[in-house]
Design a binder for this molecule. Structure first.
Ligand code: PMT
Length: 398
């Protein structure tokens, strides 16, 4: 896994090895990861939150409720934020609680809420390490799909020598880098459109819309995280191009159509989230149109419908996803688009729902398949919406 840009949550429990967590956090930040730290209350006896907050450049979480600020730490949000959760050091006590679903602190509740890969680096004394109770708990955690970063042998805090030392931070980083994130889309080519189109009226004016590109860019990032080759065709937006993704910048619907059709024969999955103008001026004035009469009439002609055109020539094995942005009769209109455009999935968002649609960081969508199965997702960040759209596609293609 390339750590750059990844959201890495570091969990720290009450072991003397917690001093190594500072180096781990520093190395993660150095490799370009966004790092947050969640600690058990007892681990604060071993290392200060200030050290970790300074190194991670983020507040450190150790309790549900901060009585000084009145702030509530949302373990679900923290768990969902993480692309990867590394619990280092992990004590026998925490490992036991994780294995049995206990959640009497924020770290444990976050573990139970996370749906990302979880790495556990045990640290404890030799006898605890060899105890069958601990060995069984570790086995249980492995069976849940967690990854164990094996402890090493050497001198222990007790003065004994043997197994139970937490792995060195440099080695943990190597193991994270060597890990392949869920590669369920590895080998797939995914075409995504995002943002608005601008239809020129004259050299200074255009017909456009409020799309920011956030929804499409979030989809592109998620598809890349799952190992896909992503081609992102983007209308004019002011958000940065995601790292490691081939972005083709276009302005008008015609340019977007041409860029999409260059990849029409070779895509496996196409997700068209762009807000493409349905009409464009019949003539583009060569010079700026001068103010003259009280009224100015603009003749508009229809743009090509990119999604419909892809649907018409969809090949066996290609999976086509469209969006529907509606303001009335939402479900009916979306179902018509799903059928008429020969789609495998449509994502419906309505401008009647607050927090949905253009510009903001959240969206509220329904995922609808041709057999009329409707998944109503809650209002959530566009990143989370993208994760769930891609997960749905993954479920449908496998
Ligand atoms: O970019 P954001 O600010 O994050 O906002 C996200 C969004 C609101 C733009 C996005 O969630 C969304 O709804 N995108 C589709 C917007 C739209 O134009 O919907 P539509 O119902 O008019 O179009 C239906 C589908 O046909 C869409 O997949 C659209 O990309 C496609 N289309 C439309 C017209 C056209 N000429 N060619 C197309 O491919």
């Amino acid at each position: 896994m390339n750590l750059s840009g990844k959201h890495v949550l570091v969990g720290i429990t009450a072991s003397i090895a917690a001093y190594k967590s500072a180096t781990l956090v520093r190395l993660l930040v150095k490799s370009g990861a966004h790092v947050k730290v969640v600690m058990t209350p007892d681990s604060l006896h071993f290392i200060g939150a200030l050290t970790l907050a300074t190194l991670s450049k983020n507040p450190v979480y150790s309790q549900y409720f901060d009585s000084t600020t009145g702030e509530w730490s949302n373990h679900v949000e923290l768990g969902k934020w993480a692309d990867v959760f590394v619990i280092a050091p992990a004590t026998s006590n925490t490992i036991s609680k994780m294995a049995h679903g206990q959640c009497d602190n924020l770290l444990l509740a976050t573990y139970l809420s996370s749906d990302c890969p979880v790495f556990i680096a045990p640290a404890m004394d030799l006898d605890m390490f060899q105890h069958p109770a601990f060995r069984n708990n570790l086995k249980l955690l492995k069976s849940f799909g967690n990854y164990i970063i094996n402890s090493t042998s050497g001198e222990l805090a007790s003065g004994l020598s043997g197994e139970g030392r937490m792995e060195e931070p440099e080695e943990i980083i190597k193991q994270l880098e060597a890990f392949k994130l869920d590669g369920t889309l590895t080998g797939k080519k995914i075409l995504i459109t995002a943002g608005p189109t601008y239809e020129a009226i004259d050299p200074v004016r255009f017909i456009g819309n409020h799309s920011s590109g956030k929804m499409g860019y979030a989809l592109a990032k998620e598809a890349k995280n799952l190992g896909a080759e992503v081609i992102l065709i983007s209308g004019p937006v002011s958000i940065p191009s995601p790292e490691g993704i081939h972005v083709i910048h276009v302005k008008s619907a015609d340019e977007m159509y041409d860029a999409v059709f260059k990849h029409q024969a070779s895509y496996d999955i196409a997700i068209l989230s762009a807000a493409v103008a349905d009409y464009k001026p019949a003539q583009v004035a060569e010079q700026k149109i001068k103010k003259a009469d009280n009224e100015h009439h603009l003749d508009l002609i229809k743009n090509k419908d990119i999604l419909r055109s892809l649907g018409l020539v969809k090949k066996e094995g290609q999976f086509l996803v469209g969006f529907a942005l509606e303001t009335q009769n939402e479900l009916e209109n979306a179902l018509v688009k799903l059928t008429e455009k020969n789609l495998d999935l449509i994502v419906l968002n309505s401008l009647n729902d607050s927090g949905a649609g253009f510009g903001g960081d959240t969206n509220l969508v329904k995922l609808i398949t041709p057999d009329n199965i409707i998944d109503e997702l809650p209002l959530q960040s566009k990143t989370e919406v993208a994760k769930q759209i891609i997960a749905k596609i993954n479920q449908l293609i496998h």
